[in-house]
Design a protein around this ligand. Structure first.
Ligand code: C5P
Length: 240
């Protein structure tokens, strides 16, 4: 299932590559986040790209436009398929990111550049503390629309926000949704995801891609868990 992206939230390149090897063909790509990238650097990204994998580099850039543009160009030169920046960095920063990705791709397909709206760890009170009085959903929709106006390809959104963003931004805007639980996505240990949906629910709400970490990477049989998730989605899709 091309829509299933697996978060390689592990602490070594060795473990990440073994997982990727084990899951290849059963999933649509891999997300490399701040921990793995900080520990292993660009070589883990290059190694996955060399093996033909789609890599979503989840570093959530947020800085002045020139700095973000150069970071996005660097990520593009690694051959990543998707990158993200914070939408709260503003229109100019997002435009600079989009332009840098197109320039650095130099004729190849540019990576998808996705905006992060409001972190799911922020609630209304946390937003108010940083000076944003608007309800969380209003702020999410404001940032998603700004990202779209700035020419980004889409946003990362929690399952609860996906349908509203799809309504506001239309069918061509890419929505990437983490927080997948339930159905075939089971975590055995204690879990910190709260506002969750099953994979078919998230897709039905309008997600183009779902990001799944622990329900797959911490499973006894990660490939089996990924295939189960896939089957569950396909069953639901053929019923609807
Ligand atoms: O293990 P789990 O399925 O919760 O992993 C979800 C992945 O998506 C993690 O890498 C997490 O950092 C990321 N993520 C998230 N919620 C967001 C943005 C990213 O869970 N709002």
């Amino acid at each position: 299932m091309d829509q299933l992206l697996v978060a390689l939230d592990v602490d070594s390149a060795d473990r990440a590559l073994k997982l990727a090897e084990h899951l290849r063909g059963a999933v649509g790509g891999y997300k490399v986040g701040k921990r793995l990238f900080t520990l292993e650097g660009p070589s883990i990204v290059r190694a996955l790209v060399e093996r033909g994998d789609r890599v979503f580099l989840d570093l959530k850039f947020h800085d002045i436009p020139n700095t973000v543009a150069t970071a996005v160009a660097a990520a593009t030169s690694l051959g990543v398929w998707m990158i993200n920046v914070h939408a709260s960095g503003g229109r100019k920063m997002m435009e600079a990111a989009r332009d840098a990705a197109a320039r650095a791709a130099a004729g190849r397909a540019a990576p998808l550049v996705i905006g992060v709206t409001v972190l799911t760890s922020m609630n209304a009170q946390a937003l108010a503390e940083v000076g944003i009085a608007a309800p969380v959903m209003d702020h999410v929709l404001r940032l998603a629309s700004l990202a779209q106006e700035a020419g980004l390809d889409g946003v990362v959104a929690s399952p609860q926000e996906t349908a509203a963003i799809r309504m506001a931004c239309g069918g061509d805007f890419t929505i990437v949704t983490p927080g997948i639980r339930g159905g075939a996505a089971v975590v055995s240990a204690t879990d910190d995801q709260e506002r969750t949906m099953t994979a078919p629910e998230a897709i039905a709400a309008g997600a183009n891609y779902i990001v799944v970490g622990r329900p797959i990477i911490a499973a006894e049989d990660p490939r089996g868990a990924a295939l189960k998730l896939r089957t569950q989605n396909e069953e639901i899709r053929t019923k609807t």
